[in-house]
Design a protein around this ligand. Structure first.
Ligand code: NAD
Length: 272
């Protein structure tokens, strides 16, 4: 494994534009289970999966009821806001500070990359800590809306201050389109990168799973190197989309990569 860590550190140092794609595996070490693993939220509670598939239709049919259920129910989503970043998140934030990582495109909705300090994060499936206007996509901090007061005064749903559209959670529900701004910027990042780190995702959920495949298609032009960091091989490993996998936990492997980058950059300085 050490050889692959050294190889990845060297790639990052030489890269002009590295992008990280992340998924639920990135946050399991912060105590947030994935969906379908042995301890997955849906493995333990299949009813929650059925409900998740209904959320978007509920919102479209009756936004008031959608909001009342979100605010009074006991969904796992409420727990997400209490979670804290783990060493894997901090390692990616450190790479961005060192100017070796341009952006993180995440499927996670938990806001942990931002909490760790990453500035350029594209929340592909939205962010649990934000509200989004269904009409114009403007995001809001929920604190601007005093949701508890709106619930108590029977004034839900909240409305957009710009266009008066109905607000929903920023989370992208099943059957809902990826917000246009995030989708466009993600494709630009993927089309530009020369190194892609894919961390803790099985890359089985579409359209996110297209992103590494798009990078692979572009790679004949600009030679994008695709590195997976995952506890187990994934379809990307099996289909030969990734160039190699570092098999292990993101909370262990990513900090080791940062350590190796620091070692190499300080050796280079001493040589000058
Ligand atoms: P997934 O569950 O399909 O895949 C997770 C992958 O990460 C698996 O291959 C697993 O082996 C690996 N893994 C687990 N822990 C790891 C660790 N510590 N280090 C390295 N690898 C680890 O998850 P996905 O690909 O992100 O897709 C599931 C969907 O679930 C996404 O759409 C996402 O939005 C949603 N989701 C998000 C959260 C969150 O916000 N934290 C949590 C659960 C699910």
């Amino acid at each position: 494994m050490q050889d692959l860590i050294a190889k990845t550190a060297e790639l990052l140092i030489k890269s002009k534009h590295t992008v990280a794609l992340t998924g639920a595996g990135m946050s399991t070490e912060s105590g947030i289970p994935d969906f379908r693993g042995p301890n997955g939220i849906w493995t333990k509670n299949p009813e929650a999966e059925k409900q998740a598939y209904q959320s978007y239709f509920k919102f479209q049919q009756n936004p008031k009821q959608y909001w009342i259920e979100r605010m009074t129910g006991t969904s796992w989503i409420h727990e997400l806001t209490k979670a804290q970043p783990n060493p894997g998140h901090f390692a990616l934030a450190e790479l961005e500070k060192m100017a070796l990582l341009k952006s993180v495109i995440t499927q996670n909705i938990d806001n942990l990359h931002q909490k760790a300090g990453n500035k350029r994060v594209l929340d592909y499936h939205g962010n649990v800590s934000l509200l989004r206007c269904f009409s114009c996509d403007t995001r809001y901090d929920p604190q601007e809306y005093e949701l508890e007061k709106l619930l108590a005064e029977d004034r839900l749903p909240p409305y957009c201050k710009k266009c008066n559209g109905v607000l929903k959670s920023d989370i992208v529900h099943f059957h809902e389109a990826i917000p246009a701004d995030v989708s466009t910027e993600s494709q630009q990042e993927v089309g530009t990168c020369d190194v892609m780190l894919i961390c803790g995702t099985s890359a089985a959920v579409y359209p996110f799973a297209m992103l590494p495949r798009i990078a692979k298609q572009y790679s004949s032009k600009q030679k994008t190197i695709i590195v997976e960091i995952n506890a187990e091989p994934t379809p990307l490993t099996q289909e030969g989309i990734s160039d190699y996998i570092i098999q292990g936990k993101t909370g262990t492997v990513l900090p080791k990569i940062v350590e190796e980058v620091k070692k190499r950059t300080s050796e280079n300085k001493h040589r000058l």
